[in-house]
Design a protein around this ligand. Structure first.
Ligand SMILES: [Zn+2]
Ligand SMILES: [Zn+2]
Length: 115
């Protein structure tokens, strides 16, 4: 490969041959996503698997109000997050509160609402 630096530098760089064999940026991102979703990111996964709809009242959500849709753990264990989503249920905050019915979500709700 001849590299010449004579004359004006050209804006266009010669296309490099596909010699780079390391992981592509896409692969790196994908791996980072997988790692993150292994613990904390189950909400996004559950919404993706089950859709933006409350499993209890059937209310539908979209990107403008999806923060009202929460993920309920059927067995109550927040660490039990199987990849197939079998322990998750998408519930709107109202149904979710009802599901627990003991103010477990009080903190969560008080964060989302002004009062
Ligand atoms: Zn609901
Ligand atoms: Zn719950």
């Amino acid at each position: 490969m001849n590299v010449r630096f004579r004359g004006k530098p050209k804006l266009k760089r010669p296309a490099k041959p596909a010699a780079y064999t390391g992981p592509s940026i896409d692969e790196i991102i994908r791996e980072a996503r997988q790692k993150r979703s292994a613990d904390g990111d189950y909400r996004e996964r559950s919404l993706r698997i089950h859709g933006l709809v409350c499993a209890k009242c059937g209310r539908e959500f979209d990107h403008t109000n999806r923060q009202l849709l929460t993920v309920h753990h059927k067995d109550g264990n927040h660490r039990n997050n199987p990849a197939d989503g079998s322990n998750w249920e998408n519930l709107c905050v109202y149904c979710h509160e009802d599901e627990h019915s003991r103010g477990v979500l009080a903190d969560y709700l008080s964060e989302k609402k002004d009062r």
